[in-house]
Design a binder for this molecule. Sequence first.
Ligand code: TEU
Ligand code: CA
Length: 560
Amino acid sequence: MPLPQRSISAPAAAREQREMWWHRATGYQIYPRSFADSNGDGVGDIPGIISRLGHLADLGIGFIWLSPVYASPMVDNGYDIADYRAIAPEYGTLEDMDRLIAEARERGIGIVMDLVVNHSSSLHDWFRAARASREAPEHDYYIWRDAAPDGGPPDDQQAAFGGPAWSWVEEVGRYYFHYFSPAQPDLNWANPALRAEIYDMMRWWLDRGIAGFRMDVISLIGKDVDARVYEEGPSLHDHLQEMHREVLAGRDIVTIGESWSVSPETGLLYCGRDRRELDMVFEFSHIREGWDPERGKFAPRPFDLRGFKRELFAWQDLTRHDGWTSLFLSNHDLPRQVSFYADDGPYRREAAKMLATVLHLLKGTPFIYQGEEIGMTNAPFERIDQYRDLETLNHFEAQIAAGVPLEEFIAGARRNSRDNSRTPMQWSPGPHAGFTTGTPWIEVNPNASEINVEQDSAQPDGILAHYRKLVALRRERDIVAFGETEPFLANSPAVMAYQRRLGAQRLVVLGNFTGQEQEVELPDGVEGAGTCLVASHGERHHIPRQLQLAPYESLAVLIS
Ligand code: TEU
Ligand code: CA
């Protein structure tokens, strides 16, 4: 059991499943490269994380989702694993990792590892053997096809990071499939020996005392390449059920599967009570709402709150009586939430609190991405040489070659490049934001002199203090953890409004997504007096039928 079980228990009527520790826990994602550097080489590391556990304990989080720290050539910053049982030397050693697990646990914090098993690195021993000979048992751990009659790739499938999805290996005279970059060959989940190796590796980590797995692009593992079905392919759920039987069953851990395709129609296939697969998924429908449907993430499109609410509330509805969901707006692949959804200018503080309030008071397990708790913003990069991410760099080349003007591409990258969230964590106003004493691997955001943990935590009404309150509310209040969600004002392009209900209690939550005052008229029966749980603009203890919200104001009032 990774964590002490909490004894608080929700009223039986509110839950149809056994209460688990992660129902009341908030997760915190660490992107190790950018979190804290202990030895001045400009790259964050595990001892750096250990030195900052106090910050996380103060926030009150229940577990860390640690982005990959395994041995890797770092083509995709660790999402290309060369050895699943070794730590990348720039991040530390296995001993450091054991120490992190132990020291986090002493603070009641579990470590959730990133499981990247849709693909490995091309430098993994399996792939080295696979590419050396067709006779090697590992050859079939990957997906190979013969060349087309003209010697070219078997077909025209394209990789997510640009270029063909097939790369040639001379030694075996075949092409291998890679959904992402050529350095990330896809594993062939149809091979039972490969699956057994993966399960073995997962048990090895669980036995070291970790609290679970975040599973990278897990919805891709059932793919049928010939049919061009990648997401949620024919064998996905067989594999996940087998994984559950072989590895996960009977362990008190948390599992979160990343899926870019899951919808309310398929959500409960993963996390429904009778499925025996995962505890919850990371789903992206509310995120995709902010992307151009044709031209993708590098073509900025104005944010529309209505679509965003529709997607979030559909998942609230889906998980009303069965399953569970995750709540997040940010991660290492996404822009900074305050910049993307709200305002990183004059109303940054209010906006950061508002986004936190409306998200954290929904039902589900919330995730905070490092720096979000102080309202970190997108990177103001102006030149392509400031970017590091292969996705941005590959798309840059392709789009410029296709005639997209440079300024237009940079504008898109400033809005949506993955590097926006990968600039170093801003700890202090000092040199390099207190992240490193050396030269950081990617530039520190110049606003670190005003936006940093040291300054924000000194303010009783800072963003950090606001997050601390929200995290505590989930632990302390049954209604926050288990209440049913009822949305209002679905058509408002400006205000997000809902209430949670548990027994005779109601928690009314309001957030203004604009820099203008908003007049709100609530539906019948919402009005009432009670206790203000959080507020960005002074407490209100009464929800009237009509009220005015200040720019980016948010509040939550418990009515009983
Ligand atoms: O991301 C999954 C994924 O599909 C991303 O490539 C996503 O589409 C993209 O970031 C949106 O711009 C996971 C990891 O979170 C990501 O960091 C990895 O690069 C990717 O898998 C490959 O492992
Ligand atoms: Ca370092």
